[in-house]
Design a protein around this ligand. Structure first.
Ligand code: ZN
Length: 271
């Protein structure tokens, strides 16, 4: 697969919204949250790309073809590897202020050295250190960007990571990043669940206020409605009752707990 046109799956979801999909299981089979959804919003004068993927094939040519002459902003929803490794291509990216340090230096992906998948040779060519973007700008809660006919507001939603953000558009979309999706959930240690639940209840309150919001998660199915948030909230609350069923998942060095509903599996940080 040498042609990136065959690698990324691009679909036009609305006049102003493209989804660029990438399967992250190609890097290591332990990652099952396929696909990763990167969203491209087209305002009348500025385009906004949410996340830059795994950095295996050039993404910028794909984006350039879709945006024409528009300016481009690139945001990272958070700094886990599958969302940031294409940053270098774009030169300038935005991320929440709490995670700037993580993507200001080369990103270490040496934990993929033993992957059975040959594609990691692409990381080996870079010594498993993926260069950062040259310029990194900061985002904070409440920041608003005018793309022309579409405004986008940053909502700081800590829990999945300290600087995770969601994006609320004036056109009725809520991009939930990795804060909520159906699939394997990467959660902080148990003591930090109250923050995760607090973030989810704030998003639920937002959806109750703005009844017809559509939710666009960064993994798997989209769009979703607020049931995704309540399902996840109830699922995480219930982990307490399943705690004795936890298994050690060595590759992630996390506790694994399977949700009884089959909607989620939890990988919980031990420290
Ligand atoms: Zn992710």
């Amino acid at each position: 697969m040498n042609d990136n046109k065959d690698y990324f799956k691009v679909s036009k979801h609305k006049d102003y919204l493209y989804v660029i999909k990438e399967n992250i299981s190609v890097v290591h089979p332990a990652y099952t949250n396929d696909p990763l959804n990167m969203y491209l919003l087209l305002g009348s004068n500025t385009a906004l790309l949410l996340d830059t993927g795994c950095g295996l094939y050039p993404l910028k040519p794909v984006v350039d073809e879709l945006i024409g002459e528009k300016n481009l902003l690139v945001f990272n929803t958070h700094t886990h590897w599958d969302h940031v490794l294409g940053n270098e291509e774009f030169g300038e990216v935005y991320v929440h202020e709490k995670e700037v340090a993580i993507i200001s230096k080369p990103y270490d992906v040496s934990h993929f050295k033993d992957s059975p998948n040959e594609i990691v040779n692409k990381y080996a060519e870079k010594n498993f250190l993926i260069p950062p973007a040259k310029v990194i700008n900061t985002l904070k809660d409440g920041d608003v960007f005018d793309l022309g006919e579409i405004n986008v507001e940053i909502i700081h939603t800590p829990g999945h990571s300290s600087g995770s953000i969601c994006l609320l558009t004036s056109t009725g979309e809520l991009f939930t990043s990795d804060v909520a999706y159906y699939g394997d959930q990467f959660l902080p240690k148990k003591e930090e669940f109250p923050q995760v639940l607090n973030t989810l209840s704030e998003l639920i309150a937002l959806c109750e206020k703005q009844k017809d919001l559509e939710l666009y998660p960064s993994h798997r199915n989209y769009p979703c409605d607020m049931t995704l948030l309540t399902d996840l909230y109830n699922g995480i609350k219930n982990i307490e009752n399943l705690w004795d069923t936890k298994k050690d998942f060595e590759f992630f060095n996390r506790w694994q707990i399977d949700d009884e509903s089959g909607k989620f599996r939890y990988y919980i940080s031990k420290v």
